[in-house]
Design a protein around this ligand. Sequence first.
Ligand code: FES
Length: 105
Amino acid sequence: MKDDTGWQDLIAVELLEPGWVTEASLGARRLAVYDTPTGVHVSLALCNHGGANLCDGYFDGHVIECPLHQGAFDVRDGRPVSAPATRPMKVFDTRVENGMIQIRV
Ligand code: FES
């Protein structure tokens, strides 16, 4: 459900893998939901370098490492932190409301 300020339900908090990355979808969009020590963050699931699924990567704290070429991104703001990733990944404003992860689209 999307409200008039653009927030849309994505996935229940209880369905997240604690401390890890969980795949979710919104329409045709594949998304990666990260449970971090400082809160939940959401990005597009497909790496902007070569299209690998970041949900299959290694996740540590705030950094997702792509499973294909080991490029890495900070999930808080999407900035690349390790080559060959050079462009920021798309991240979404994220919040928790009534046990539900919501993103602004
Ligand atoms: S596909 Fe992700 S770093 Fe190349």
